[in-house]
Design a protein around this ligand. Structure first.
Ligand code: HEM
Length: 247
């Protein structure tokens, strides 16, 4: 926490990775915000099926991300931005999944293709280019500490949850001020020594990370739509059958 305070005086410049990464991902951030799934959140209309499938996919994504970060925690491209005590999400997601699916949640979770592709990419980087993990960690963790904070509060209302049960994913007890922590994180990102080529690679990877998130959201939404349509068809048919039987 002391380190969070110290960093607030540091000036950032537009040569800094943290500024460049924000710039290059501006458009895809907007597209991510405007996916049907994220719009449901922002409009206070997120449904339980949407929320549950999102948690399932996030569990898989954070499992890949945190395993690869742990394995590469001494790598010079990872060590400065390695904050497991403050940021790790896997256990919070497991807790939320248990709340919604019950004790045998592991047998019930569904992982669509786009989520598998996202995890595959993270694991490939962990093996081949750990310095690019910074782009994925930035995209997820800084997002969770930014818009994610508002989304958690909205989800609580939309889903009618009385307590914070099922919403551990959104809570960061190890981060006293998300804004100060984000400043510390940015300065750590900027301290990573990267060649010009590596830096460009990280920027490209950040755009890819957003794209992968967008694909996950679209895939999940499609899955929810299909299941809703199937249920509607089923109830229309059973009404027709009932009507037939009654008449
Ligand atoms: C930052 C909103 C979705 C990743 C932010 C900020 C807001 C925000 C208000 C702070 C901007 C600033 O401090 O200048 C939202 C809303 C979303 C959403 C309302 C959807 C409902 C996402 C998604 C991702 C994401 C899906 C990635 C998967 C980020 C990142 C930052 C950020 C990485 C940090 C930017 C930086 O300071 O460098 N978001 N966001 N956001 N968001 Fe989102």
């Amino acid at each position: 926490m002391e380190s969070e305070k110290k960093i607030s005086a540091v000036q950032m410049t537009d040569r800094d990775l943290s500024e460049q990464i924000k710039q290059v991902t501006k458009d895809c951030h907007e597209r991510a915000e405007n996916t049907e799934l994220m719009l449901s959140f922002q409009r206070g209309k997120v449904t339980l099926p949407q929320f549950k499938v999102l948690l399932c996919s996030l569990y898989e994504v954070y499992q890949a991300l945190e395993e690869e970060m742990d394995r590469n925690s001494n790598h010079p491209g990872v060590a400065p931005i390695y904050f497991p005590a403050e940021l790790a999400r896997l256990k919070t997601l497991a807790k939320d999944l248990e709340f919604f699916y019950g004790q045998n949640w592991r047998e019930k979770i569904v992982v669509p293709a786009a989520t598998k592709r996202y995890c595959h990419r993270i694991r490939q980087l962990g093996r081949e280019n750990p310095e690019f993990l910074i782009a994925h960690a930035y995209t997820r963790y800084l997002g969770d500490l930014s818009g994610g904070q508002v989304l958690g509060r909205i989800a609580q209302k939309s889903l009618g949850l009385k307590s914070s049960d099922g919403l551990s994913f959104f809570a960061f007890p190890g981060v006293s001020s998300p804004n100060l922590f984000k400043q510390l994180y940015r300065s750590r990102m900027n301290s990573v020594a990267l060649t010009e080529e590596e830096r460009n690679g990280v920027l490209e990877e950040a755009v890819r990370a957003f794209e992968l998130n967008i694909q996950v959201f679209d895939d999940l939404q499609k899955m929810v739509n299909i299941s809703e349509n199937a249920q509607q068809n089923y109830s229309t048919k059973s009404t027709a059958v009932n009507t037939l039987q009654i008449s």
